[in-house]
Design a protein around this ligand. Structure first.
Ligand SMILES: [Ca+2]
Ligand SMILES: [Ca+2]
Length: 106
């Protein structure tokens, strides 16, 4: 993967959301879905601020069961997007409280 460039537009951010899923989903097994291991690696690498959640095995399993709505033990793109929507909502609430912390383009 080339050096990461922070997305400056919504279109770029959408590409990042899609490409991130695809990059992790193809690591093992079904390349269109995230296994537990792929999901965990995606969270740890791409969402390090969720660190406390992943450390606790119970919390990870709970997240997995919430995301895996069709119960096939994998997280497909639809399920991933639902998670992204929740993460966006949480970020929205977080940045409402801390407007100074909004990431800015260079
Ligand atoms: Ca996979
Ligand atoms: Ca699933």
């Amino acid at each position: 993967m080339s050096a990461f460039v922070a997305p400056q537009t919504l279109q770029q951010a959408l590409a990042v959301l899609v490409c991130t899923f695809q990059r992790y989903a193809k690591q093992e097994g079904n390349r269109f879905t995230l296994s537990r291991r792929e999901l965990r690696e995606l969270l740890e690498t791409e969402l390090p601020s969720l660190g406390n959640v992943q450390v606790k095995e119970g919390a990870f399993e709970e997240l997995m069961s919430i995301l895996d709505t069709n119960g096939d033990e994998e997280v497909d793109f639809q399920e991933y997007i639902r998670f992204v929507a929740v993460a966006c909502t949480l970020s929205h609430e977080f940045f409402l409280d801390f407007p100074a912390a909004l990431p800015r383009g260079q």
